[in-house]
Design a protein around this ligand. Structure first.
Ligand SMILES: C[S@@+](CC[C@H](N)C(=O)[O-])C[C@H]1O[C@@H](n2cnc3c(N)ncnc32)[C@H](O)[C@@H]1O
Length: 391
């Protein structure tokens, strides 16, 4: 099996038909440029190549050639190895790099992993994304002690060497990340009332705040926001945002605050019914107890206020998506309380699972942008969406 530029171009996929994209079809359709399609497919295959490379780096080629189950592979490994391996083996089978026979996974033949070729193709077709691949290479080179010494994934993946690559990833110029922000913006700006107090959860590198400032200025709605509370659990992100956003999110009435969504928001100074719009992009899934966190978020919203979530979405819960590779090593992503009704698995969910959890927490008037079905059935790689929910 070859994994390189030719395979990317052969399996590029078509953009979704506009009638699947709902009322914002025009703006959403514009995301599906050829550079985006190339980058998306290339990222998927590069992740597969990286995951297989990692298993080989760890010295497991012989076991894979004989064929192994997840259980067998985990036998002499730290317990934490199970979650990423239970994700990686089916993902590699899905991408055609391993063969699946029941619950056994076999490495057959000699897959040719032309990772430099994939990088070169992206550089030609979607220039400016080398750091996305550097990040994948960085995960491969930094993560082995997670398996060999039981070291925590967070410490290995967010060290000083990799932090700049995460910052480079979470930016609007990254075609692979921008759709998260754009779809959330489409939900955010509709029904944004004058005098709005906004709180962003897990605001991180500040790419959404920058987009709000830019589009709000261009489109003339920025002055409806009277306060934009930029929050994150990580002081390093907050310090950086405080330094940079003054000049890079001009006109946004920013207030900065450390905030952990897994601690009661009232204990962190957020009064009940004090916020008009709560927004969080790829952060709500770290809720340790999703039911408790969603109820807490709802209680902070004024009546009629809205929670807007941007999330990576899965077509079905058991379908591995490449973006999960990074996160399967991160404790806050994997270590959550499960409930078959509102929280069937850790990490990314299906749109339906989100809607069920939000409804159960008392939210109403739920709206997904774009409408997730039949879009996700026909385009299972369309892995992003926004949900707006009223308190
Ligand atoms: C996927 S990133 C989102 C990046 C951000 N939206 C941006 O555009 O740059 C998730 C963010 O959530 C933050 N986060 C993780 N756990 C959190 C928690 N318990 N409470 C609040 N934020 C958290 C991380 O520090 C990170 O900045």
């Amino acid at each position: 099996m070859d994994l390189g530029p030719a395979q990317i171009l052969d399996t590029l996929g078509a953009p979704p038909e506009p009638d699947l994209l709902g009322p914002h079809a025009q703006e959403i359709k514009a995301l599906f440029t050829r550079p985006f399609l190339v980058l998306h497919r290339a990222s998927e295959l590069y992740t597969a190549g990286t995951a297989l490379g990692l298993l080989l780096d760890l010295g497991w080629e012989a076991r894979l050639r004989t064929g192994t189950t997840v259980d067998e592979l985990c036998l002499d490994l730290p317990a934490q190895a199970r979650i990423p391996l239970a994700w990686m083996l089916p993902f590699l089978a899905q991408e055609g790099l391993l063969t699946r026979q029941g619950d056994r996974f076999v490495l057959a033949g000699s897959p040719r992993l032309d990772l430099p070729g994939i990088r070169a193709l992206v550089e030609a077709e979607a220039p400016g994304h080398a750091t996305n691949f550097d990040l994948l290479d960085g995960v491969r080179s930094h993560i082995p002690p997670f398996f060999t010494e039981g070291r925590a994934g967070d410490g290995l993946l967010f060290d000083l060497a990799l932090f700049p690559l995460w910052l480079a990833y979470f930016r609007n110029g990254n075609l692979g990340y921008y759709p998260n922000n754009l779809l959330t913006l489409l939900a955010f700006r509709q029904d944004l009332a004058p005098g709005s107090r906004v709180l962003e959860l897990g605001a991180g590198a500040g790419s959404f705040a920058r987009l709000v400032a830019q589009r709000g200025t261009e489109e003339g709605w920025l002055d409806r926001i009277v306060e934009y509370r930029f929050t994150d659990v990580a002081p390093s992100f907050l310090r950086r945002a405080q330094r940079e956003l003054k000049t890079e999110a001009v006109g946004l009435p920013l207030v900065f605050q450390a905030l952990d969504l897994n601690r009661p928001l009232g204990d962190q100074g957020i009064a009940p019914e004090s916020v008009d719009t709560l927004v969080g992009i790829n952060v709500a899934h770290v809720a340790h107890n999703l039911e408790v966190v969603l109820r807490d978020l709802r209680s902070r919203l004024k009546p009629g206020g809205r929670l807007i979530l941007g999330e990576c979405l899965k077509p079905v819960l058991g379908h591995p998506i490449y973006l999960e590779f990074f996160f399967s090593f991160i404790r806050s992503f994997t270590d959550v309380e499960l409930d078959p009704r509102w929280r069937p698995v850790h990490g990314f969910l299906t749109p339906e699972a989100w809607l069920r959890a939000l409804e159960h927490a008392g939210f109403r008037k739920l709206e997904s942008i774009p409408p997730p079905r039949p879009l996700l059935d026909r385009h299972p790689n369309f892995n992003v969406g926004a949900i707006s929910a009223m308190a």
